[in-house]
Design a protein around this ligand. Structure first.
Ligand SMILES: Nc1ncnc2c1ncn2[C@@H]1O[C@H](COP(=O)(O)OP(=O)(O)OP(=O)(O)O)[C@@H](O)[C@H]1O
Ligand SMILES: [Mg+2]
Length: 267
């Protein structure tokens, strides 16, 4: 396990608000880390600090060797170039030969169903399409570190699975991946470890337990009461885990029960 990045007592304050509070963490080559958590907890901030796009208020980020970073921002800046021109320039900036860049752009835009939009000005592209351009840019040339800030919000299902495959492939080739995301499906598909940021500190993310539903049922008095059912006036109440609902509810309906209400318990 080769250590490549160390976060050494990283603190980041914006005005009076402390977003990161003395975070210490070491990242190895090929790690895939996800940051999850509520809006404003500091996911984008920690990605930018890792990429040295934002300077910490205290502490330092140490790179143990020279690293090529590719970063897909949460918000794409408006650019008047077409997607193709933009990608060609970004390819040239990362040292790719023109023919190599042209070839890669063609392959990747086919993979992401983007060929028809390549020559449209980027200002006119939808949010999901812009994100695809960002994704293509980030993997045009293989980086050492890939930072992805909510890369899938707004992308269609087919592009999401192409994206997951590409990132998994890069990771197998030793690319280190940092991801900020709300979609747990993506976190599970991409990351080996997930963290949330609580009071400025990293905490191992524990997925929420299965949600439970409260179901309000009405019978005509002849139905068999399932286990765990309680009475509430003329109604009956049942608490079911999400996984139980699909199997049990059709059975109750077929026995003559009527569903009068259903709500998800707040987890
Ligand atoms: N440039 C800035 N100036 C002032 N405050 C900022 C700045 N950037 C971020 N913040 C604040 O820092 C906190 C963390 O922001 P950050 O963007 O890292 O959250 P996030 O977890 O990525 O949220 P989201 O899920 O909405 O993307 C927020 O309270 C935000 O308002
Ligand atoms: Mg963010």
């Amino acid at each position: 396990m080769t250590e490549i990045i160390t976060l050494d007592h990283i603190t980041k304050r914006y005005g009076g608000r402390t977003v990161l509070r003395g975070i210490c963490h070491t990242i190895c080559r090929g790690d895939a880390l996800a940051f999850v958590g509520h809006n404003g907890c500091g996911k984008s901030t920690i990605l930018k600090v890792i990429a040295k796009l934002v300077r910490p208020t205290a502490g330092k980020v140490i790179y143990h060797s020279p690293l090529l970073f590719h970063y897909i921002p949460e918000k794409f800046p408006p650019v008047s170039l077409s997607a193709r021109e933009y990608l060609l320039r970004m390819g040239a900036l990362s040292g790719m030969r023109q023919d190599e860049a042209v070839h890669r752009i063609r392959m990747l835009s086919e993979d992401f169903f983007l060929e028809e939009l390549l020559d449209s000005p980027m200002q006119s592209l939808s949010k999901g399409t812009l994100q695809k351009v960002g994704v293509i840019q980030a993997i045009l040339k293989r980086p050492d570190v890939l930072l992805l800030d909510e890369p899938l919000s707004g992308q269609d299902a087919a592009s999401q699975s192409v994206f997951i495959k590409k990132v998994n492939q890069l990771q197998e080739e030793g690319v280190t991946v940092f991801l900020a995301a709300h979609e747990l499906k993506l976190v599970h598909a991409v990351a080996q470890k997930a963290y949330t940021i609580k009071d400025g500190l990293l905490a191992v993310y524990v997925p929420q337990e299965t949600p439970f539903y409260r179901v309000l049922l009405e019978g005509n008095g002849t139905e068999k009461e399932p286990e765990g059912m309680t009475r509430q006036g003329r109604y009956h109440k049942l608490r079911l885990a999400e996984a139980e609902c699909d199997g049990l509810l059709p059975k109750l309906l077929s026995q003559g029960w009527k569903i009068r209400g259903m709500e998800r318990e707040d987890t």
